[in-house]
Design a protein. Structure first.
Ligand SMILES: Cc1ncc(COP(=O)(O)O)c(C=O)c1O
Length: 381
């Protein structure tokens, strides 16, 4: 049976630059040689920090401060370090109502009180709702530790926090004296030439934003190269919790050598491939379930979010889809309070583009057959 893997935020394996990385590995090893006997140190390999800074400048017009960048084992370690430092057990944190399950897992592990803020699938977190939550917390004498947001091509909804909302979030963070953790995992995966709004980190004028990014989503999660950017006092506080001796300098140097030369070309190539897959998913959904479901139409990122009819039997859907080899993620995995929601997330970059129509057609058939009143909705295609 074929495997139609729409789970997990993996990039496109078919544009993975194996040959380019082989050449970059040779360059990296010749450059580093015996230096690799040393520990990389808490901030990590400088060449990759320079590259991260240039990567930010390419999109944002200003470089990242190199001495404030810390290379981590994927952005998951960055999240673990940053959130672990900012959260004391019982602290309140705010986030989009739907967000990355890995972040929620870390928040729960550190015993945070997670407050979900309503959002829409286009412009992200609703600022009136955020203000109301902050005011309500203040009345209870609670100052939240931070607001967590995935500002670009949000996981799972694909929302892009609008510029107006970014300004307002920063103003609210100042007014209520809290901080913002900006997770920019997906900012460089865009199928359009329209720039995303300026990052919160760039707009910040009162040292409230800690920025997190990764190479997992534009290259591969297997390389485990991510980073956070924080100014003092956060920089020092976060590093007091770090004991690993630093992230592999060899892996960092390979990624740096490769992207110093090929960032632009690689992004153009891989974004074209991922964009085509996204369109194939949308077209197939339109063909088969436009009478039943609604879904997002992402302009970037790796995810499409489908709102299912209330009549959907989620267990039956899972059973029918997996019988055909179709994998997807359940909406509840992204809900801040793990509530059951009639929605699923598709990660479209991994499956081969030629297999997408077949896989999504099976999924559509499963959605239709999983309606509890399926007799009423069975007609039509
Ligand atoms: C929003 C977000 N942040 C962080 C991560 C962690 O990615 P990695 O540790 O591979 O960089 C993910 C992975 O899916 C994610 O979606």
């Amino acid at each position: 049976m074929k495997d139609f893997g729409f789970t997990g935020g993996r990039p496109d394996p078919h544009t993975f630059p194996t040959e380019g990385l082989i050449a970059a590995s040779e360059k990296a090893l010749r450059k580093l040689g015996g230096d690799l006997v040393n520990y990389p140190g808490e901030s990590g390999y400088r060449g990759l920090r320079e590259l991260a800074s240039m990567r930010f400048e390419r999109r944002e017009g200003v470089p990242l401060p190199i001495d404030n960048i810390s290379i981590t084992s994927g952005s998951m370690q960055a999240l673990e370090l940053v959130l672990g430092t900012l959260i004391n057990p019982g602290d309140t944190v705010l986030t989009e109502e739907y967000t990355y399950g890995g972040t929620l897992g870390i928040m729960r592990h550190f015993k945070a009180n997670i407050v979900g803020v309503p959002m829409d699938y286009i412009d992200g977190m609703n600022m009136d709702a955020l203000e109301a939550k902050l005011a309500e917390l203040k009345r209870q004498n609670i100052r939240p530790s931070f607001i967590y947001t995935t500002s670009n091509h949000q996981n799972p909804t694909g929302a892009i926090l609008s510029l107006e909302r970014r300004h307002r979030m920063l103003a609210l963070a100042e007014e209520y004296d809290t901080r913002i953790v900006e997770d920019d995992c997906y900012g460089d995966i865009d199928f359009t030439s329209t720039p995303t709004p300026a990052s919160l980190f760039k707009l910040d004028t009162s040292n409230r934003v800690i920025f997190i990014a990764t190479f997992s989503k534009i290259l591969g999660a297997g390389v485990r190269q991510g980073y956070f950017v924080a100014r003092e006092p956060y920089w020092g506080q976060i590093h007091q919790n770090r004991w690993d001796g630093g992230t592999s300098a060899l892996a960092s140097a390979i990624v740096a050598e490769f992207f110093m030369e090929h960032l632009e070309v690689h992004l153009v190539k891989t974004n074209a491939a991922v964009g085509a897959k996204c369109r194939a998913v949308v077209e197939t959904l339109e063909k088969h379930v436009s009478d039943l479901c609604t879904w997002t139409r992402p302009r970037g990122g790796l995810f499409l979010w489908i709102d299912l009819p209330e009549t959907t039997d989620l267990n039956k859907l899972q059973e029918l889809a997996s019988a055909k080899g179709v994998g997807y993620s359940n909406g509840s995995a992204f809900h801040y309070a793990s509530e059951s929601v009639k929605a699923i997330r598709l990660a479209y970059a991994y499956c081969h583009v030629d297999d997408i129509p077949e896989g999504i057609t099976y999924l559509c058939e499963a959605i239709r057959a999983a309606q509890v009143n399926s007799v009423d909705v069975a007609a039509g295609d």
